[in-house]
Design a protein around this ligand. Sequence first.
Ligand SMILES: Nc1nc2c(ncn2[C@@H]2O[C@H](COP(=O)(O)OP(=O)(O)OP(=O)(O)O)[C@@H](O)[C@H]2O)c(=O)[nH]1
Length: 215
Amino acid sequence: MENRNVDHDTAKLNCGILCVFLQTILVGDSGVGKTSLLVQFDQGKFIPGSFSATVGIGFTNKVVTVDNVKVKLQIWDTAGQERFRSVTHAYYRDAHALLLLYDITSKSSFDNIRAWLTEIHEYAQSNVVIMLLGNKADMSSDRAIRRDEGERLAREYSVPFMETSAKTGVNVDLAFTAVAKELKHRAIQHPSEPKFQIHEYIEAQKEKSGCCSYF
Ligand SMILES: Nc1nc2c(ncn2[C@@H]2O[C@H](COP(=O)(O)OP(=O)(O)OP(=O)(O)O)[C@@H](O)[C@H]2O)c(=O)[nH]1
């Protein structure tokens, strides 16, 4: 396992040029699609079939380029099952961003979001970037949570929100890129640059891609 002592500032890394090293964690109930989302982002594929729950925690490194700066995202995939909760809490403290998922076909996974947010506020840094994702948006015929319910909850906690599908890939890159952009702007903010607004960026990108007609 890689060394977990993370330099929270800009660091010279193996990529040879100045880049930003950031830790992101995927959290949410078991079965909401955290592993699938990460596989889709990393490898551009969806592996259908039987569900095999994550045991403990694992990570994937992925480099994305944001405004000509390389951002190395170390993405931790946590187990959603209750019995691993104390293990995953230990990782919250070093996280720069948390992607919090529910499954749009599962009311209980949505109802549990408030409890997840309470845990995040208890264990993570106060300035951590949180994004709420309603995953499995391709399963519209089994939908239990309307998109506006997700939007409302996100507004209540002032966090950005989007629906994703690890199966079709809709909004998967956007979710990670938006987080990378926000964190890069926090790490390297040129005085002449306007402050990055993650909500506005997401809305503009959704409009550009015509994302929402997929749902
Ligand atoms: N249709 C559809 N199925 C999905 C999607 N994302 C995940 N799944 C399926 O949902 C099941 C659970 O997905 P996982 O990615 O293993 O869920 P997880 O959140 O990592 O679960 P834990 O490891 O237990 O925390 C698997 O059968 C996936 O194939 C999606 O966007 N659409």
